[in-house]
Design a protein around this ligand. Structure first.
Ligand SMILES: [Cu+2]
Length: 469
């Protein structure tokens, strides 16, 4: 095992307004497990899925109905699970009375299938993207990406997980039983009004920092409980929040192992006690509960705030180990990069920008040659200027996301990145005054976005477009 004695977490980003532990359901409430979406095509190597974007009502708080959005349901969406090499078709029907898009976050597909702001799905129409899965086993996700409206639609519930499996994930001796020992966790924060509403009304601070809720919602439940055996369990964590940065840990100060980052398995499992995830980042972790007895529990937390209680309810008859070696990841060499580009994120609130520009659908900001390795230097200069001086905000972190690719982080502030950031990534947190260098090889053609994944910043225009030809 590596990393056990090192601090593997990246620089901590302070988020104002900690979450309150909000145990609304005193009788305990079970963690909802998003179902695996039915594959309509039984042919080997093919898959076809139906997704319906719909509005609904969700009872987050007992006795209170909340207007929400969901895929094939009232809130969130089912898990799309495919294999590497599969030819995939999706029929996305929009039954909302407004436009939407479905972006496959982390998926390597051509621009037209990416589901960005150009692939608008009008009310009562259907979008039928097709693509071949051309990347390793990973936990990706899907969500709307409508120009200026992404924050609101995601906040109201439009988000789902997208699993890719391959020969490596099927051979690895890790938990794989969906909802039993392989647990999806979509973690978000909400701000409920007195009557249970989650209406998307941004105040001044939301426009500056992004919307921070006061209540954690996991797979759609507040303070849920998960029942498991006393064995190794796998948690697939998605930070599906609009703006909140999480610092995951367990109340027993448990050591756990990160085995995957955004775009797939790490080379080796990394032991840690704290894990930071920025909006849109994913991590798969293994938690060993074999020392626990039936009736004992452990709590998943964000810093000191309780998120979810894990109840050990049964003793396991089998014992799983945590594998050390996971996968070989190809090396990217900086000397192979044919070009270097700079991306400076700055400004605050409605002024947030990249390289001094705000999103323009009619402007291509960067032209890129397909199959060429590039170095991107991403920095965050948002702390300077008026806001910093006036003390309005002490921190303006920006998680930078690039569409259509998985990249590698080679430097964080002049040093090698922490070991759990050395695998495949599609989103990287760039804190105040930080500079991050990444290597990217663009293999798919078309028009794509790069942007800050604080959704209020994205919607304010902190986004640009690149064309791969
Ligand atoms: Cu931002």
């Amino acid at each position: 095992m590596i990393g056990a004695d090192e601090d593997v977490s990246r620089n901590e980003v302070s988020t104002d307004d900690p979450l309150i532990s909000n145990n609304q359901n005193e009788n305990g409430n079970k963690l909802p497990i998003p179902p695996l979406l039915e594959n309509k095509n039984s042919e080997e190597g093919k898959a076809e899925f139906d997704l319906e974007v719909q509005s609904g009502k969700t009872e987050f708080i007992k006795g209170k109905e909340t207007d929400t959005l969901g895929y094939n349901g009232d809130y969130l969406g089912p898990i799309i699970k495919v294999n590497k090499g599969d030819d995939v078709k999706v029929n996305v029907k929009n039954t909302l009375d407004e436009q939407t898009t479905v972006h496959w976050h982390g998926l390597e597909v051509i621009g037209e299938m990416d589901g960005g702001p150009h692939q608008v799905i009008n009310s009562n129409s259907t979008w039928k993207p097709q693509f071949t899965i051309d990347q390793p086993a990973s936990t990706l996700w899907y969500h709307p990406h409508l120009l200026d409206k992404t924050g609101e639609q995601v906040y109201k519930g439009l988000a789902g997980l997208f699993y890719i499996e391959d020969e490596v994930s099927s051979k690895l001796d890790i938990p794989k039983e969906h909802g039993v020992d392989d647990i999806p966790l979509v973690i978000q924060d909400k701000r409920f009004t007195e009557n249970g509403d989650v209406s998307y009304n941004l105040n001044m601070r939301d426009r500056m920092n992004g919307l921070l809720g006061d209540t954690a919602v996991i797979n759609g439940a507040i303070s849920p409980e998960l029942d498991v055996k006393n064995e190794v369990i796998r948690l697939r964590l998605l930070n599906g929040s609009n703006a909140r940065d999480y610092k995951f840990n367990f109340n027993d100060n448990n050591e756990f192992n990160q085995i995957a980052s955004d775009g797939g398995f790490l080379e080796e499992s990394v032991a840690m006690k704290n894990l930071s995830l920025a909006p849109a980042e994913r991590a798969e972790i293994l938690l060993d509960l074999s020392e626990y007895k039936s009736g004992e529990q452990v709590t998943l937390r964000d810093s000191n705030n309780n998120l979810m209680t894990i109840n050990v309810v049964e003793e396991s008859s089998t014992k799983k180990n945590i594998p050390e070696k996971l996968v070989e990841i190809e090396d990217y060499n900086r000397t192979d990069a044919v070009r270097s580009r700079e991306f400076v994120m700055s400004g605050m609130g409605p002024m947030v920008n990249i390289n001094g520009k705000q999103m323009d659908m009619n402007r291509i900001d960067e032209k890129i040659n397909v199959d060429e390795l590039e170095e991107w230097v991403i920095s965050n200069e948002s702390s300077g200027g008026m806001g910093g001086m006036m003390g309005m905000m002490d921190s303006t972190p920006h998680p930078f996301h690039v569409h259509g690719v998985q990249f590698r982080i080679i430097e964080r502030n002049g040093a090698k990145p922490p070991i759990n950031e050395q695998g495949w990534k599609d989103t990287v947190m760039v804190g105040n005054d930080e500079e991050v260098k990444i290597l990217i090889n663009f293999t798919k053609k078309g028009e794509f976005m790069y942007h800050c994944h604080i959704l209020e910043h994205e919607d304010a225009g902190m986004m640009g477009q690149f064309l791969v030809e």
